[in-house]
Design a protein around this ligand. Structure first.
Ligand code: IDP
Ligand code: MG
Length: 167
């Protein structure tokens, strides 16, 4: 079954110059990239993305981590991969959440670490099921940023606002 999955290269991955390595690993899946961008991560976006973890003791550090406050990189790379069994293929390549438990050949096992303050710096985010993928993709991307029609859309009048164009 064809599926979409959200991948984030987290700020530790960017700081360690791992973008190329991670994309190379993900290309083993033969999945198609249907959206990609660099994104700044507002507190609202980070909190919404990780809202299932609000009650966890590590939540504040996790928000700081995703926002790049721990790595001086105030951005992430966001991608949508699409194809047969996309979620399982990408989760398998990513490895376990805890980088110390992740298989050593997986992306998290190869490049992740646990900091002395207990943050799991595990280099990438991968959606864990189809519902989560839809919620996350709709959170990170607008329909026109994705080159295939993944989910239903509706027409909305655009509110006229100032925007930057090339000078
Ligand atoms: P996942 O990223 O493998 O789907 P989730 O349970 O959704 O795992 O957790 C989201 C993120 O929160 C993880 O990728 C990791 O960065 C962080 N995290 C999860 N569990 C822990 C923990 O026990 N200690 C510290 N950080 C954690
Ligand atoms: Mg998760």
């Amino acid at each position: 079954m064809n599926q979409a999955v959200l991948i984030l290269i987290k700020p530790d991955g960017l700081k360690k110059s791992l973008t190329g390595n991670i994309l190379t690993r993900l290309s083993e899946t033969k999945l198609e990239i249907v959206a990609a961008k660099m994104a700044r991560v507002s507190r609202e976006l980070a909190t919404e993305h990780y809202k299932h973890l609000t009650d966890k003791p590590f939540f504040d550090d996790l928000i700081k981590y995703l926002r790049g406050e721990l790595h001086d990189r105030r951005k992430v790379m966001a991608l949508v991969y699409w194809g047969e069994d996309a979620i399982k293929k990408c989760r398998d390549l990513a490895g376990a959440t805890n980088p110390e438990e992740a298989e050593s050949t997986s992306i998290r096992g190869s490049y992740g670490r646990i900091t002395t303050s207990g943050v799991y710096e595990n280099v990438i985010h991968v959606s864990s099921n189809a519902d989560e993928a839809q919620r996350e993709i709709q959170l990170w991307f607008a329909p026109e940023e994705i080159i295939v029609d993944l989910y239903p859309v509706k027409e909305a009048a655009e509110i006229k606002r100032q925007k930057k164009i090339w000078a």
